[in-house]
Design a protein around this ligand. Structure first.
Ligand code: IPM
Ligand code: MN
Length: 353
């Protein structure tokens, strides 16, 4: 009897539905080849639904989604909705409610993809950022006083518990061990200024590393220096672990070094629960329904989903199909691929299947 996985699909806004459609095409090709089944259930969460119903997310959304084996998300963000409402009300709310405390973001330069980094190639740009995804300044409290006056005060606090830090670091060490590349985990912090929060991170990093992961080499970089070395010497990195805000920022830098938002994928992981996979770019509204958006980021998100489901052969086949597809594309940019969205999906799916 073949194995069946139930997948919740959230195509979302803008070009989200188009890239999700291609990812599903590739996932189905992999499922057929490796003899498992994927059942999809689609949810219409996003800007259009919000404008129609005035509800960002139904009350039971997280509970509904918890029943699935994984979630595939297209993009959230709508030009007619004020920035922040959908991002916070859907994307961040699901990450927090489903306790997806890891945001896993590979920075991998595929063959023949243009990188803005001079003299660097696929052998140099191949590392993974483990971004803490459940806390930090994203969930710390804040507020205004005397709003709208010249005496206004705004506060937004960065809050981490020992448990949040420890579970993220433990995941990062385990991931580094499993990856078995350079056995090096780098903590990205700011211990010279954020002397409370990153002091905690650094202490727990060395405690856990020394007692449980002695064979993993530990490096430390301040976040500003991390940005510098990601540009100058990306080959130094194997796995980088960092807090939520720094992780958000450095993974956009990482994404542009791997060819941009057309190819960058990520996973919001709850190692004990349901995880959600997404291309890390936005909804790109101006390209909606033109069949020109690059679906590779969403296809790579699907690849990460297969890995998390434990379908390693299928995941490897998708990865290798992407590797043989990138050299055929003129660029990773929307409208500049030399192929339509549908055709890129076809190229990958045919190679898999
Ligand atoms: C990301 C995005 C989100 C974040 C936004 C849209 C809330 O930038 O996934 O990196 O800041 O986490
Ligand atoms: Mn971001």
């Amino acid at each position: 009897m073949s194995k069946t996985y139930n997948i919740a699909v959230l195509p979302g806004d803008g070009t989200g539905p188009e890239v999700v459609r291609e990812a599903i095409k590739v996932l189905d090709a992999a499922a057929t080849k490796y003899a498992f089944k994927l059942n999809y259930e689609t949810y219409d969460y996003g800007g259009d639904r919000f404008l129609r119903t005035d509800e960002v997310l139904p009350e039971n959304a997280a509970d509904d989604l918890r029943k699935f084996d994984a979630i595939l998300l297209g993009a959230i963000g709508h030009p007619d909705v004020k920035p922040g409402i959908l991002e916070k009300g859907i994307l961040l709310k699901l990450r927090f409610d489903l306790d997806q405390y890891i945001n896993l973001r590979p920075v991998k330069l595929y063959p023949s993809v243009d990188t803005p980094l001079k003299d660097k190639g696929p052998a140099d740009i191949d590392y993974v950022v483990v971004r803490e995804n459940s806390g930090g300044i994203y969930t710390g409290t804040g507020g205004f006083s005397r709003k709208g006056t010249t005496d206004e005060v705004a506060v937004q606090s960065m809050v981490y518990t020992h448990e949040q830090v420890a579970r993220c670091l433990r995941y990062a060490f385990e991931y580094t061990r499993r990856r078995a590349k350079d056995n090096t985990l780098a903590l990205c912090g700011k211990t010279n200024v954020l002397t409370y929060v990153y002091d905690l991170w650094e202490r727990v990093f060395h405690d856990i590393g020394e007692s449980e992961f002695n064979e993993i080499r530990r490096d430390y970089y301040h976040v500003d220096a991390t940005c510098m070395w990601m540009v100058k010497n990306p080959e130094w990195f194997d796995v980088i672990v960092t807090g939520n805000m720094f992780g958000d920022i450095i993974t956009d830098l990482g994404a542009i070094t791997q060819g941009g938002m057309g190819i960058a994928a990520g996973g919001n992981i709850n190692p004990e629960g349901v995880s959600m996979f997404e291309p890390i770019g936005g909804s790109a509204p101006k390209y909606t329904d033109q069949n020109v958006i690059n679906p590779l980021a969403c296809i790579c998100a699907g690849q990460m989903m297969l890995e998390t489901l434990g379908e390693m052969d299928a995941a490897a086949a998708v990865e290798s199909a992407v590797t043989s597809t990138t050299p055929k594309l003129k660029s990773m940019q929307a409208g500049g691929m030399g192929y339509s969205t549908t055709e890129v999906g076809d190229l990958v799916a045919e190679t898999v299947g």
